[in-house]
Design a protein around this ligand. Structure first.
Ligand code: HEC
Length: 183
């Protein structure tokens, strides 16, 4: 039902007109640049979850912040951000905040591109909450005690709980110098 509603919405709303706006190459490039980041994040998460969800919090805490630097080609920046942050280092910049707001206010889940005024181009795609995610991002009372204890210790300012499956969680983003094809 939800999928049907989304399809109907997508076919009637004006942003579909942007299809011809020539940002296809930026979107393809951005999606490609994010692939290894997403893969390593998921790898770290799954490796941790094999031990326990609480262990996975520690592994994400240690590994997640360093992944963008390890996988981004020269000149490329990658990251994740959200309206409800766990790690305050992931706070959004202006263009990222604007897009996070857009996704929060619309059913739109399509990737976006932007031209920034510092000579770079930007790409972002929305992140949706999956069943796997609620162990650590769901309503606080549903988070296992051992996980909550780890979160309280590592992230005393944690705001990234209370999410439900299907919610908009935040964005993956990438920026690189305009005109470059870095991958
Ligand atoms: C084992 C617990 C755990 C699970 C499961 C988990 N996360 Fe997280 N998540 C974390 C931790 C810990 C961080 C903070 C990482 C850091 O320090 O950069 C985080 C950070 C994030 C961020 C970055 C923004 C922020 O709040 O700092 C996003 C986006 C995110 N998670 C989405 C997801 C999604 C989507 C899923 C499901 C596919 C998921 N997480 C599953 C523990 C988890």
């Amino acid at each position: 039902m939800r999928t049907l509603t989304l399809i109907l919405l997508a076919s009637t709303l004006p942003w579909t007109v942007q299809a011809g706006s020539n940002d296809g190459p930026i979107k393809e490039e951005g999606a490609e640049l994010l692939k290894p980041f997403k893969k390593q994040l998921m790898g770290a998460l799954k490796q941790g979850l094999q031990q326990s969800p609480a262990e996975a919090v520690d592994i994400c805490h240690v590994q997640a912040p360093g992944i963008p630097e390890n996988v981004a080609p020269e000149g490329v920046e990658l990251g994740r951000t959200s309206h409800k942050l766990r790690n305050p280092d992931n706070a959004p910049t202006d263009w990222q905040r604007e897009l996070v707001q857009h996704y929060r206010q619309h059913e739109d889940r399509s990737p976006k591109s932007r031209t920034l005024d510092n000579g770079r181009v930007a790409y972002a795609e929305p992140i949706e909450v999956k069943p796997l995610c609620v162990t650590c991002h769901g309503p606080r009372e549903q988070i296992p005690d051992a996980v909550r204890a780890k979160l309280d210790k590592q992230y005393p300012q944690d705001e990234a709980t209370g999410f439900r499956v299907g919610d908009f969680r935040g964005i993956f983003w990438a920026t690189w110098p305009a005109g470059d094809n870095p991958s």
